[in-house]
Ligand binder design. Structure first.
Ligand code: AMP
Length: 397
């Protein structure tokens, strides 16, 4: 990350207004952090504490947060710096309660805690991050930015599952969607790349990282997404199955005698690319395909088939598509996935420029042919920057 550390080490002076936002992203087994200087959106510090609760890692999230604080202190960029304006926290599940970035109070924290049953792996880690940061700097504004929020505009026809309405209502069972910060950022950046007002542009965003999701964004407003009640639904992912017939779960319980937790682990941690071929990293799958490995080939084909299905489905949802945007680890880096996903779609107005697509380059760029009615773009996501912007806007009032 580019640095302005000499600037950071200088004594800020007590009366100075803070212009930096610390972004904390506490995942189930890691804490990622970035310090964002809002004046020029540079990153004076960034890093990750990994393997929380694992051998060789730190004990728990509280310890991980203390490690983050110590690292920042050691660089002269600690939480006590007067340059710090606020802390922004990525919070995975906002339920139906939180549809916008929210200034954290005791009441808000209690409400985030009440949503733990909807995100048992993620929200507790986010909550610990908030608690530790508030303890270290009680005076500082802290903002929660929810992964579900951008999807709150999805109409009922797309958000509801066709199950017993009273049961769904009672247990909050509906499509919430995730990766919302990324879908929002990338859909806007795609409009900017096209030189158009986001309000006039319809985009299918394909966020393809280790987790993966697609969204349909009409004029800047999300109208459908592939993840659902949990991040398990939709696309094939690194270790998650994505869509399966729910009957698979009953079959495993009845015929294989598996328990709920075993099935949860199977579908979330041992499926997807990993389940199909033993590797969840698209780079390794590419290497193995080049050596003629049939399992890797099948995993790639299943991954791409699902992706194309969603592109087709969201084309129908939007009616008119102006752009398809690829983002995150696979979307930004795998020319092979983009090529396979976009091939033969001239009928949908999509024509890839294979030469442009194969070029590795930083920054947002078009990879479609000039004749393509639908633009195909590679747009690097930057969730931390999006969280920092939301946080700073709210903290400054
Ligand atoms: P993310 O969750 O966005 O960090 O994406 C992580 C995933 O991106 C990895 O598991 C890889 O499958 C994929 N990835 C990263 N770099 C590359 C690359 N150069 N080519 C293909 N896939 C990549």
């Amino acid at each position: 990350m580019s640095g302005r550390q000499d600037d950071g080490r200088a004594d800020g002076g007590g009366e100075q207004h803070g212009t930096r936002v610390l972004v904390l992203n506490s995942g189930s087994s890691s804490v990622k952090y970035q310090l964002v200087e809002m004046a020029d959106e540079s990153r004076p510090a960034a890093g990750v504490v990994e393997r929380i609760g694992e051998r060789g890692g730190v004990a728990d999230h509280a310890q991980a947060l203390r490690t983050v604080a110590e690292r920042l202190d050691a660089e002269g960029l600690g939480l006590d710096s007067p340059r710090l304006a606020a802390v922004g926290h990525r919070v995975v599940h906002g339920g139906t309660r939180f549809t916008e970035p929210t200034l954290i109070t005791d009441e808000v924290l209690a409400e985030i805690r009440a949503l733990v049953p909807l995100a048992p792996l993620h929200n507790p880690a986010n909550i610990t991050g908030i608690e530790v940061a508030r303890r270290l700097r009680p005076d500082l504004p802290q903002v929660a930015v929810f992964d579900t929020a951008f999807h709150a505009t999805i109409p009922e026809a797309a958000a509801r599952y066709a199950i017993d309405a009273a049961t769904a209502e009672r247990y909050g069972i509906r499509r919430y969607g995730f990766h919302g910060t990324s879908h929002a950022y990338v859909s806007q950046a795609t409009a900017a790349l096209l030189g158009r007002d986001p309000a006039d542009v319809n985009v299918i965003v394909l966020h393809l990282g280790n987790g993966a999701s697609a969204s349909a964004v009409r004029g800047g407003v999300c109208v459908d997404t592939s993840m659902g009640l949990t991040p398990l639904e939709g696309l094939v992912m690194g270790t998650r199955s994505g869509d399966v017939d729910p009957g698979v779960v009953f079959h495993l319980a009845r015929v294989a005698g598996m328990g709920t937790d075993d099935i949860d682990t199977l579908l979330n941690k041992k499926s997807g690319l990993l389940g199909l071929c033993g590797a969840n990293d698209m780079r390794e799958i590419g290497r193995r395909m080049a050596e003629g490995d049939a399992d890797a080939r099948l995993a790639f084909d299943v991954y791409v088939h699902r992706l194309r299905r969603y592109v087709g489905a969201f084309t129908a949802v939007l009616g008119r598509v102006d752009a398809v945007a690829f983002t995150a680890g696979v979307g930004e880096n795998s020319a092979a996935v983009r090529e396979a996903a976009m091939s033969g779609l001239q009928g949908l107005g999509i024509t890839l420029d294979s030469v442009a697509n194969a070029v590795r380059a930083p920054g947002a760029r078009l990879v479609s042919a000039p004749s393509s009615r639908v633009a195909v773009a590679v747009v690097p996501t930057d969730e931390e920057l999006a969280i920092a912007r939301d946080t700073y806007a709210l903290a400054r009032g």
